[in-house]
Each structure stands twice: as structure tokens, then as C-alpha cells.
Design a protein around this ligand. Structure first.
Ligand code: SAM
Length: 241
């Protein structure tokens, strides 16, 4: 059981250490209850309420990482999600921006909305037909906000055409297979703003060995940034000056 040491300083309220005042999320319970055994704010009932109905595939701990990075990078450029499926995380991205008072940053969503393309059996476990039970129109309806959300339906990287001069502040890359993750890294990284971040959702999952191979190969060759593997399974890469 958690005990206060008589000599320890008064504890800061949770919102003072993890959330901007605009993000009402993590205020409902005393922070000591979030030590499970280390500090895990994604267990807060207020945050779980925030993501209610949006956890299609991405777990609360990973959504917390996404939220924190979005909070840090949102003023730097567009927000992209590559690999959208049914749009749970996409909706979360837009909801979070609006909770932060941001009604203008453009959010771009890329997917076939018809399932995985061909993959490489030597590298990938996912393949054609996986994640096919969705559609662009269903995602458009679920995410809403057509004035700030652009849906790019079709094959990555073909759907990146015409966006060469874009500046990206935050990207969530969740495309699971070697070729798609590599194509995303190659297009997104040069267009990421200084101070921006990319999350590779699949990096540490045994179901997506090709995703990690793609990320590692790309950043070894690129030479200026190192993916930080998180125990959530994600890897995050920050763009420095
Ligand atoms: C794991 S799902 C994405 C999950 C989603 N981010 C969420 O929060 O629920 C992976 C998606 O990547 C998409 N995908 C993979 N490679 C692609 C490519 N080359 N072009 C377009 N979509 C691709 C698949 O169609 C699939 O919907």
C-alpha cells in the first residue's frame, strides 16, 4: 500500500505534472492511486472516459503517449496518421486537438480503407485482406470535422503525391508491414518540423517484425535520429535541429 513518508514534501496535484490545464483528463483521482507500481496516468478513469469507444486496436498506454506528443508538437505543423483502419485513433487525435483549443491544425488520414496491401512473407505476418472491414465513408463519418480532416484513400506512398511541400508536426505511423512503414518513414521524416515527433506504433510487436526492421534500417541510414523503443511497443523518434 502507498504510504506518505512524514519527511517527504507535499505532493503536487496530478494536473500540475502531466497535463496542460486545457486537458481535463487526468484529474479525477489522487495521483498515488496511479502508481501501479510506477506512475501510469492512463489508468485514470477520466482519461479512460476520454478514450471510451476509440480503442479499436490501440491501448490506453499507447494513446497516452500519442496525446502527450500531440500536446507537445501540435503547433509545429500538420498532424498525420498513416494506417487508420476504423478511425479510433484518428478520432482521438482530432478530439485531443479540440480539447487543447486547436480548431485549425490540419489532420490527414492515409489508408486503403480496404485492407492491407501485398506484404513480404519473409518479413511480415500481416497480409492482404487484414483490416478490410472498414471504409473511407465510415471513417469520415466517425471522425467528422471535414473542415480540418482530409482523408486520403488509396495506397501509400501513391497518396502522398502532391504533399511534398507539407510541414508535419506529429505523425502516427501504424501500417504494420515492412514496405508501408519504410515508405512512410521516407516521406514523413524529411517533412517533419524541427521539434516534431513520429510514433511508429507497431515497432515492438512480435506480430509486426517488418515494421521494426523498416524503422531501424531507415534511421541507421538516415543517421541523425535514434528511435526510442517504449515498453508500450511503440517507438518514438524526435527531430532535432
Ligand atoms: C493496424 S491498422 C491501423 C490501426 C489504426 N491506427 C487504429 O488506431 O485503429 C493498419 C492499417 O494500415 C493500412 N495500410 C498498411 N499498408 C498500407 C498502404 N501501403 N497503403 C495504405 N494503407 C495501408 C491497412 O489498410 C490497415 O488499415
Amino acid at each position: 500500500m502507498w504510504k506518505r513518508n512524514r519527511n517527504s514534501p507535499p505532493r503536487k496535484p496530478l494536473e500540475a505534472v502531466v497535463a496542460a490545464p486545457e486537458l481535463a483528463g487526468a484529474r479525477a483521482i489522487p495521483d498515488r492511486e496511479l502508481y501501479q507500481p510506477t506512475f501510469q496516468p492512463w489508468h485514470d478513469p477520466a482519461f479512460l472516459a476520454e478514450i471510451e469507444g476509440l480503442r479499436d486496436l490501440v491501448t490506453p498506454d499507447r494513446l497516452w503517449v500519442v496525446r502527450s506528443l500531440l500536446q507537445q508538437t501540435r503547433r509545429l505543423g500538420e498532424v498525420w496518421e498513416c494506417g487508420v483502419y476504423k478511425g479510433g485513433t484518428a478520432r482521438f487525435l482530432v478530439d485531443t486537438l479540440e480539447r487543447l483549443g486547436d480548431t485549425t491544425t490540419l489532420v490527414r488520414l492515409f489508408d486503403t480503407f480496404a485492407g492491407m496491401p501485398e506484404s513480404d512473407p519473409a518479413r511480415d505476418l500481416h497480409g492482404p485482406g487484414d483490416f478490410a472491414d472498414t471504409s473511407a465513408s465510415a471513417v469520415a463519418e466517425r471522425v467528422g470535422r471535414p473542415e480540418r480532416v482530409c482523408i486520403h484513400a488509396g495506397w501509400i506512398p501513391t497518396t502522398f503525391a502532391g504533399l511534398e511541400s507539407t510541414t508535419i508536426g506529429f505523425a502516427h505511423v501504424d501500417t504494420d508491414i515492412y514496405r508501408s512503414v519504410r515508405d512512410c518513414a521516407e516521406f514523413v521524416w524529411p517533412r517533419l518540423a524541427i521539434g516534431g515527433a513520429v510514433v511508429f506504433d507497431d515497432y515492438g510487436f512480435p506480430t509486426c517484425p517488418g515494421a521494426r526492421e523498416a524503422v531501424d534500417e531507415f534511421f541507421v541510414a538516415e543517421g541523425t535520429a535514434v528511435p526510442l523503443a517504449l515498453h508500450t511497443g511503440q517507438a518514438v523518434v524526435f527531430k532535432g535541429p
